[in-house]
Design a protein around this ligand. Structure first.
Ligand code: ATP
Ligand code: MG
Length: 560
């Protein structure tokens, strides 16, 4: 259904790309570029991760480098293979690959341990036996220096013995930690003897019961980068204060390479939550129908909603990469989808909220064959037949019994063009006891048929879509709106109070061209005048598609 598009423009320069280009020009890292994308397998990826993926894999692609896919699996209690599979799938779907470079922080548990013993022997790490609460109290705060633990001056031999016994499983969780010996008075709290190892008697999904001590993220991350000869370790701004610790690890341990960390601003989007923990709460609390609910900002949710990899890449290019935090308007994301699907989605006709229209001077069994283009800007994609018959479906909103000023569509006595067909004049309507319109009546002008000489002498302002009632079929259509009412739900005390009760409405009476019953799950369509829709990949069945509203069209159609 899609036609190959021209090559997209190269990604805009940004400060990280500039650093990479300068390093290459200066011959730093022997002319190599190696980045990595390091998710923790504790949830599904979201659109924020897409920014990081596009940046890391994009740099590798554009500078002749490599980007490693690495799972930061240092926390055995929260991780799951379900997440690993979904993360790999999301990166692939976004259009990136890691070749043979698939790694896990747990690949380096032995190395981390070896370097820890090295640090102990060098007098740069010690086993602390204070409780977690005591360690916190000893650490001080931003205005007060920390004070040394009474265990800080243990001898290297004693530390080594205790650390080995920690590994051997002789102590319960929390009995000891291994800490770096850096500076308890440092203005940077991350340097006040940060923990390197903790005891966790919990099996790990990859290493099983081999370990009961696990390296802390900051330590394992720096060691992993160095083991893999990463050149540019790109992370989000909240790690800026951790960089001195990162540097301390790679400079103090006998690691095989010297990576550098660079920080960029994470993506925040209006009306969107962007934390795996909160997204998990939405799933567990059943506020949404799973991680792939089309209202979720997860890659699987966006994909099911109808987002394309091209639209997400375009979005990541457009928002750029900077060092200052900002909140991007979700309409920027929606515009990227429109731009992508405008080019790639075939056109179809759907009447979402149908009301019957009877053309009274049209013979009951007759059909006039009209033609609708499959893509107005791509004539080579051809057109299809849409039969005009006596009984049609039109959108309820295209008729007003008492038209307001400026309403140019159907109203008693008014004329309008049926797109691709002819001009009709409204002759009357029926309504039920509540005043709800049940049927609209009209007459047509046969000499106004599209293609008939002189048809263009009919001057009408409105142009509406329609379907032949006997050539269309009812389908389920899901109309989505924003999941949250507040522009910044993360700032609301309890984000659940911000949930939009109207974020989904389901219709079973919407009508589509009968050919659309064969729409493949996951296929994208522009339903003329209504928006871009995607056949739901989970709930569509053969001959019975369910259509998700991905994004509406711009509101400019009435002027066309
Ligand atoms: P969350 O806060 O949503 O749980 P995380 O940072 O804990 O995310 P990780 O699995 O550790 O998730 O992230 C993998 C990579 O993706 C990291 O390099 C992280 O900096 C990056 N990343 C996560 N969220 C965003 C975001 N909103 N914008 C840009 N990059 C992000
Ligand atoms: Mg994290």
């Amino acid at each position: 259904m899609s036609k190959p598009s021209a090559a997209p423009p190269p990604p805009a320069a940004n400060f990280v790309r500039n650093i990479v280009a300068e390093d290459l020009a200066a011959g730093t890292h022997q002319g190599r570029v190696a980045t990595r994308f390091p998710p923790e397998p504790n949830g599904y990826l979201h659109i924020g991760h897409a920014k990081s993926i596009c940046l890391n894999f994009g740099i590798a692609r554009d500078f002749g480098g490599v980007c490693h896919m690495r799972f930061d699996d240092t926390n055995p209690t929260k991780e799951d293979t379900e997440y690993v599979d979904s993360i790999l799938d999301a990166v692939t779907w976004l259009g990136f690959g890691w070749g043979e470079h698939l790694y896990y922080a747990s690949d380096y548990f032995e190395k981390c341990y070896e370097y820890a013993e090295f640090l102990i022997r060098a007098g740069k790490a010690y086993v602390d036996s204070l409780s977690a609460d005591e360690i916190r109290a000893y650490r001080g705060n931003l205005t007060e220096a920390g004070k040394p633990s009474p265990f800080r001056e243990r001898s290297a031999d004693e530390n080594l013995e205790l650390f080995r016994r920690m590994r051997a499983g002789e102590f319960p969780d929390g009995a000891h930690v291994l800490r770096a010996k850096i500076d308890m008075a440092s203005p940077n709290m991350n340097l006040r003897d940060p923990a390197l190892y903790r005891i966790r008697h919990h099996p790990h999904w990859r290493t099983g019961n081999s370990w009961c001590i696990y390296p802390m993220y900051d330590y394992a991350h720096a060691v992993s980068d160095a083991q893999e000869h990463i050149t540019h370790s790109i992370c989000t701004l909240e790690f800026e204060d951790h960089r001195p610790l990162y540097d301390w690890v790679v400079e103090t341990c006998p690691v095989p390479s010297r990576p550098h960390q660079y920080e960029f601003a994470r993506l925040n989007l209006t009306y969107t939550l962007m934390s795996k923990r909160k997204l998990l709460e939405l799933v567990v609390g059943k506020h949404v129908d799973g991680w792939d609910d089309p209202r979720m900002p997860t890659i699987v949710g966006l994909r099911r909603r109808g987002f394309t990899p091209g639209a997400l890449r375009l979005f990541c290019d457009r928002i750029g990469v900077s060092k200052s935090d900002s909140l991007i308007d979700v309409s920027v994301l929606e515009d990227c989808l429109r731009d992508d699907l405008n080019e790639h989605a075939l056109r179809g006709i759907a009447v979402i909220d149908p009301v019957r229209l009877v053309i009274e001077n049209f013979p009951a069994d007759a059909a006039e064959i009209c033609h609708a283009p499959n893509h107005p800007q791509q004539p080579e994609l051809g057109s299809r037949e849409v039969p005009l018959t006596r009984e049609l479906w039109i959108e309820r909103e295209d008729f007003m019994a008492e038209p307001v000023k400026g309403f140019f569509r159907l109203a008693p006595g008014a004329e309008v063009r049926l797109r691709y067909a002819c001009v009709i004049r409204c002759t009357g309507f029926s309504a039920d006891a509540d005043g709800r319109v049940t049927e609209v009546r009209a007459e047509w002008y046969p000499d106004s048929r599209s293609g008939t000489p002189g048809a263009d002498t009919y001057k009408v302002k409105g142009n509406i879509h329609w379907l032949s009632a006997r050539h269309s079929a009812a389908v389920e259509v899901r109309i989505y709106d924003r999941l949250f009412k507040d522009p910044n739900p993360a700032a609301v005390d309890d984000f659940r109070t911000s949930l939009n009760p109207d974020s989904i409405s389901i219709r079973h009476d919407s009508q589509v061209e009968s050919a659309l019953l064969r729409a493949a799950p996951g296929s994208h369509w522009q339903f003329e005048r209504k928006g871009y829709f995607c056949a739901d990949s989970r709930d569509s069945q053969a001959g019975k598609p369910v259509f998700n509203l991905a994004v509406t069209l711009k509101d400019s159609w009435q002027k066309r």
